[in-house]
Design a protein around this ligand. Structure first.
Ligand SMILES: O=C(O)CCC(=O)C(=O)O
Ligand SMILES: [Fe+2]
Length: 304
């Protein structure tokens, strides 16, 4: 049996090939092989096992762009705009994962999914690993390369993507909308995602049945929360209505960029992490390292 298609975000994007092709023939990958596999190689692996492109969870390619000090000004500006848009402390945005740039060719899609999973407090968020006890298990990591550093920077896969900011980098000639199948559906329950053979997760066939569809227009962006508030200003339960996907591109190419804001669901760990980072002399110039509980506009769900 081939492994079920999964989101390949956590895979390294460094272009590794299968380390032991023998394993892949049996349809088995060791955890180590899986970790080292690029998303392209993983797609090839699945297709060798008879999975069709249309059955893949996603049919697209992506890369990561570093946005920290020394990055191209455009990338730093985008980060600042995200900070203003989300009204979050700059540090949270600074410490988040790099910008992900995605390209879909004609026929490309991304079936409906959540950008972030349920919260497991016992697992250390990997971007806050410095503040975790040595015994806390870590998530898998991805590797990103900074233009200014020769070595790849190891960055752990963050466990909470609190907010998604999705930029449309071009206007798509045909299709390619972002679909939110159950947005604002107050009567939604999980069972109704598949009803009378209509699978709302299938963005190749059923985008037209989604409650909300956003048409890509160059220079625009959409953002949403993947979690509810816990009522105390920190991250609460996953927001099931945040389910979304990319409809099939029927004509042309689609380019987008994702900025995810990562936080640790364990507030204390996030605070310790930020304190640790602020002690790092390289980051002396950083502002707003502590969380600001007095952010204005508390009626807007920004919390944190
Ligand atoms: O392509 C889209 O419109 C959605 C992309 C998406 O959901 C993702 O990259 O996580
Ligand atoms: Fe997504």
């Amino acid at each position: 049996m081939p492994p079920p298609p999964t989101d390949t975000d956590s895979l390294s994007s460094q272009g590794w090939h299968l380390a032991h092709p023998g394993e892949s023939k049996r349809g088995l990958l060791s955890l180590e092989e899986f970790r080292l596999l690029s998303s392209d190689a993983f797609q090839r692996f699945l297709m060798q096992r008879g999975v069709k492109r249309s059955q893949l969870v996603r049919n697209s390619r992506h890369t990561w762009l570093y946005q920290g000090k020394g990055a191209h000004q455009v990338l730093q500006d985008i980060k600042e705009r995200v900070t203003r848009l989300t009204r979050l402390p700059p540090t949270l945005v600074d410490l988040s994962e790099p910008l992900q740039v995605v390209r879909y060719e004609e026929g490309g899609h991304y079936h409906a999914h959540q950008d972030s999973g349920p919260v497991y407090p016992e697992t250390a968020c990997t971007h806050t690993r410095l503040a975790a006890n040595a015994s806390t298990p870590f998530e898998t990591f991805m590797q990103v390369r900074s233009r200014h550093s020769r070595r790849p920077v190891k960055q752990h896969h963050p466990c909470v993507r609190y907010i998604t900011v999705l930029f449309y980098l071009n206007s798509v000639e045909g299709g390619g909308e972002t679909a939110f199948p159950v947005a604002d559906n107050r009567t939604y329950d999980e069972v109704s995602l598949i009803h009378n053979d209509v699978d709302l997760l299938d963005t190749r066939r059923n985008c037209n049945k989604s409650n909300l569809r956003v048409k890509p227009a160059k220079g625009t962006a959409v953002f949403w929360y993947n979690y509810l508030s816990d009522g105390r200003g920190w991250v609460g339960e996953q927001d099931e209505y945040a389910l979304h996907g990319g409809c099939v591109v029927t004509r042309g190419t689609k380019w987008i960029a994702n900025k995810w804001i990562n936080i640790d669901p364990d507030y204390q760990r996030q605070v310790r992490y930020q304190q640790l980072v602020s002690q790092n002399p390289e980051d002396e110039e950083d502002e707003g390292l502590m969380l600001d509980p007095d952010i204005e506009g508390s009626d807007i769900h920004q919390d944190l």
